[in-house]
Design a protein around this ligand. Sequence first.
Ligand SMILES: Nc1nc2c(ncn2[C@@H]2O[C@H](COP(=O)(O)OP(=O)(O)OP(=O)(O)O)[C@@H](O)[C@H]2O)c(=O)[nH]1
Ligand SMILES: [Mg+2]
Length: 237
Amino acid sequence: MTSNETRVITIERDVTATARMDAARFRETMTARGTLVVNLLSSPGSGKTTLLAETARFWGDQIRCGVLVGDIATDRDAQRLAPWLPAIQLTTGGACHLSLALVQQGWQQWEELPLDILFIENVGNLVCPSSHDLGEHVRVVLLATTEGDDKPAKYPKAFRTSDGLLITKTDLLPYLPFDVDVAAQDAREIRPDIEVIALSALQGQGLAQWCQFLQEQRRRHVGRRPANESADSTVNR
Ligand SMILES: Nc1nc2c(ncn2[C@@H]2O[C@H](COP(=O)(O)OP(=O)(O)OP(=O)(O)O)[C@@H](O)[C@H]2O)c(=O)[nH]1
Ligand SMILES: [Mg+2]
């Protein structure tokens, strides 16, 4: 073969099968422990960390949450979250998404900690994280009103692989040409059953609906109520 010839090599096995199996195993372990795993992804700055802090504040000690927070560099998000919920920073050292191996490394530090919900805040990026199963039960994508209502069709994989879409920073709607219905419709064309919630973490609108969504997901995937949740519990601020 000369140096500029191309050879096609057929690999007759699914090279992603091992990664899928590892993710499925982690999910099963977390199901058995009664911990719902929620993977949050979005562009940088859509409001993931702010939302997590407000979610933990909303629930207080009613629901036990922890977060593994991914960033390329710095532990700023873990520091911001520490006053509100247990937080471990996972620093990727340049990679544009979290890996299951890194998540499991973080989780090992908590194996004895009883959690109702484990959040994973992925690295701010609307492309790379969507291709990596981190063993989550639920994937949620955030789209801020400042990003434009045309983004779902432009970044389809993030929306196709997500169970929920949070339209964030709705307090800014009076100042922006962003139409919530247009963004929701765009996302539903890619993923018809995506649950859409519009919210403002800063002002609190939509937060109760988001927390209700998480409780429903927990009942569905993990099949138990949080230990501290009373039988007729509805979320109150
Ligand atoms: N107006 C408004 N600003 C918000 C809201 N939520 C977050 N922000 C602001 O948006 C900026 C980014 O928020 P973060 O929570 O750091 O966003 P992030 O998605 O965690 O960012 P990365 O981790 O860097 O990807 C901050 O200045 C927040 O104060 C909101 O509901 N309304
Ligand atoms: Mg953040």
